[in-house]
Design a protein around this ligand. Structure first.
Ligand SMILES: [Zn+2]
Length: 279
């Protein structure tokens, strides 16, 4: 008997709330409350830091997923890579490329964390001031911050760090970078614990993805070293490949990473497969 009023009162408001949240503009009061809550989240007045962080995280995830979906449908670079992966026998379902907040519990699980550090493929070393601070500590041990990571077998997936991107083109080059790692594993049976294998794939990924465009380097604050674009491009590839290999758990020191990159440089820099030439 007593359940009737309770179930009635609990279901009705839910229906109304659902309708209001679906279209807040249809209810002036709800629309105002929605606006007020958004204003609070922006100004920080009347909301907790946790609420603001959660709101920002959700916003970053939505933006990241939207950019990823657009790129998978329209980017010639991404479509080209997905096609050649498919032709090589490695289909990449859309859900295998996903956005996560990189401080999320998922990203910090032990398995994923070790894989992340193996492939911090698109480091954002100078892409934003907040990342700069943390990257300066990388010599002391923490994994370098990155915008994406390839999660090898059995995952065969690409993680994108929502909120770590400064443009859609940055998302594009990050996905392309990770797809080249995926292509290498699909075609060449890469052993990621072998530093020479890892170095070769990093050289190719940084060379072919657009990670080392001169505009990207300027944004990182690296400038264009040397007298010409070619030298700057190669310096960028070498620097980023060494940093990634150095983050491999199998790499004892930075010197080992430098040696691995140097040893395979000549053959891997000119290997542009599946492209005819550098994109
Ligand atoms: Zn990489």
């Amino acid at each position: 008997m007593s359940s009737s009023p309770l179930s009635s009162s609990s279901s009705s408001p839910n229906v109304n709330n659902s309708a209001n949240s679906a279209n807040p503009s249809s209810n002036p009061s709800s629309a105002f409350n929605h606006f007020l809550h958004k204003a609070q989240l922006i100004t920080g007045i009347g909301v907790t830091d946790a609420e603001r962080t959660k709101d920002l995280e959700e916003l970053n995830l939505r933006r990241c997923e939207k950019m990823k979906n657009d790129l998978m449908e329209r980017s010639p670079l991404i479509i080209f890579m997905l096609k050649h992966l498919r032709l090589s026998g490695c289909q990449v379902p859309e859900q295998n490329i996903f956005c996560v907040p990189c401080a999320s519990p998922f990203a910090s699980t032990s398995t994923t964390a070790s894989l992340n550090s193996l492939h911090p493929a698109s480091q954002t070393s100078s892409d934003s001031s907040s990342l700069n601070t943390q990257n300066r500590t990388q010599d002391n041990g923490p994994t370098p911050l990155h915008a994406g990571a390839y999660l090898p077998h059995p995952h065969g997936a690409i993680k994108l760090c929502a909120g770590h991107f400064f443009s859609k083109q940055h998302v594009e080059s990050t996905i392309a970078h990770e797809l080249i790692h995926m292509f290498d594993e699909c075609r060449f049976k890469v052993d990621w614990a072998n530093l020479r294998h890892h170095a070769c794939s990093e050289i190719r990924a940084n060379n072919l993805s657009g990670d080392c465009r001169w505009t990207r380097e300027l944004r990182r604050g690296e400038g264009i070293p040397g007298t010409g674009w070619t030298k700057g491009h190669q310096a960028c590839i070498r620097r980023r490949a060494i940093t990634s290999v150095a983050a491999n758990p199998a790499c004892p020191t930075l010197a080992h990473a430098e040696r691995a990159v140097n040893e395979v440089w000549e053959s891997c820099f000119v290997d542009t497969r599946p492209f005819d030439e550098v994109y």
